[in-house]
Design a protein around this ligand. Structure first.
Ligand code: SF4
Length: 442
């Protein structure tokens, strides 16, 4: 049996905003479709049957799928002790007892695949692997996912595993399965054609959904293009079938995981939602990721309103466009989007405009002006702290200006510490900007 694991998170803060390890779920779905004996355990998942009712009741959760994670206070890592911020450190995810109970119900694994996300969450991976090694000392462990791709050498030197997959995931996993288990498994025809299976999640009340993989824009601060070299779209008919498959099972919350949802809207977004309206297959649609302002038009606005998107997030970053902030939008396009929102009478309380705060060399005053600009249009700005991502153009700049060793210690990529702080953008400044951004549209 092959065990797939989504590991614990160690961080100051973490919240489940429809966050599921889609890459791992894809691999699970692929292996299951090839009749491989496979199990997936998500150390973060709050609603396993093994978790006592009392614990679930105590956890603040929303009907649409968003929720807090269980957490336990842990020691702040030594490298972060020099960072003077008034925040405690936690391990997010289920207790060892719950995970052990869950693991007792399945066979002993012959191979374990652990995924990874943020670079600065690597201590959570180490902790997870230590725990797994205690239970299964002789089982080979493979590490994959985002951290393994962005910081392969760091992972090689710091994570005690048998294999690290940092590219061509499917081909390499296929090879490892052959080597360790002597099983030949065929590659999927296409990742976008995989029928995703969420049966490893008891009581899941939403599903992640996507029209495409990747993003063609290559913004200077974003790792999307490094992680997914090509932007690829699904086929409309397949998306309809997949939607119906979940809809007929009673799922009424769908969270879009696309990086570029509105691209190719003539082929996908528009016909898909026209079909939802025609067939009256309404659900709650959520956008955990921001969408592109420049690709928003009246027809999209009308469809979003008709099918009642519960929240619409736009990426705007800053009003000060320079060489480091891509030209994906500007004030003119923002104004155009605002006009559409007003003409279509979309409830502005549902809209959030994402800004970035704490980019290398960015000043408090500039973010403040961006916040005021958004608010002057009676919209709600959300200043997100900048996190340096290796292999991006902005990372090179961040290395030069950050007071921390970003190159060798991924813990310093943590957005909470304000990795590129300087006298004109401190931790306290960011807290003040968040206060300023609080805005009541009504
Ligand atoms: S920030 Fe958004 S638009 Fe830019 S590359 Fe990343 S996913 Fe694409």
């Amino acid at each position: 049996m092959i065990l797939l694991v989504n590991p614990w998170i160690h961080d100051y803060t973490a919240y489940d905003l429809w966050a599921k390890p889609l890459g791992l779920i894809e691999i699970y779905s692929w292996l299951k479709s090839k009749n491989i004996d496979v199990e997936l355990i998500d150390f973060l998942y709050q609603y396993y049957d093994e978790i006592p009712d009392k614990k679930i009741k105590n956890l603040s959760k929303r009907k649409d799928g968003r929720s807090k994670y269980y957490r336990k206070k842990i020691k702040t890592p030594d490298s972060l002790k020099q960072v003077e911020i008034p925040r405690k450190f936690y391990r997010y995810g289920n207790s060892e007892k719950i995970i052990e109970k869950k693991l007792k119900n399945i066979k002993n694994p012959e191979l374990i695949l652990v995924t990874s996300m943020m670079t600065y969450w690597y201590p959570g991976i180490k902790d997870t692997i230590k725990f797994l090694k205690k239970l299964y000392p002789d089982t080979p462990i493979v590490l994959g996912g985002i951290y393994a791709k962005l910081m392969f050498n760091h992972a090689k030197n710091n994570i005690n595993v048998d294999y690290i997959v940092n590219r061509k995931d499917y081909i390499n996993i296929k090879k490892i399965i052959k080597e360790e288990l002597n099983i030949k498994v065929d590659l999927p025809q296409s990742r976008l054609k995989l029928k995703l299976k969420f049966d490893a999640y008891d009581n899941l009340n939403y599903v992640p959904f996507r029209f495409s993989i990747g993003c063609p824009f290559n913004c200077s601060y974003c790792g999307s293009t490094f992680l997914e070299k090509k932007y690829r779209c699904s086929k409309l008919e397949f998306l309809k079938q997949e939607y119906l498959r979940f809809y007929n099972k009673g799922i009424r919350n769908f969270a879009f995981y696309d990086d570029a949802l509105l691209l190719n809207s003539k082929k996908l977004f528009k016909p898909f939602f026209k079909w939802v309206i025609e067939e009256q297959l309404y659900s709650n649609f959520h956008l955990p990721n921001a969408v592109h302002i420049n690709y928003f038009d009246r027809e999209i606005a009308y469809l979003m309103k008709r099918v009642e998107f519960k929240n619409i997030r736009f990426g705007f970053e800053t009003i000060f466009r320079d060489k480091f902030v891509e030209s994906k939008t500007d004030r003119k396009n923002f104004q155009k989007a605002v006009n559409i929102i007003e003409k279509e009478n979309i409830d502005k309380r549902k809209i959030r405009i994402y800004l970035i705060a704490g980019m290398p060399g960015q000043k408090f005053e500039n973010v403040k002006k961006s916040i005021k600009y958004i608010q002057s249009h009676k919209l709600i700005p959300i200043p997100n702290e900048y996190s340096p991502v290796p292999h991006t153009e902005m990372f090179t700049y961040a290395l030069k200006v950050s007071p921390y060793d970003l190159k060798n210690e991924p813990l310093y990529h943590n957005k909470t510490i304000v990795p590129c702080n300087w006298k004109k953008m401190t931790y306290e400044d960011i807290q003040q900007l968040k206060q300023l951004a609080r805005y009541d549209v009504t």
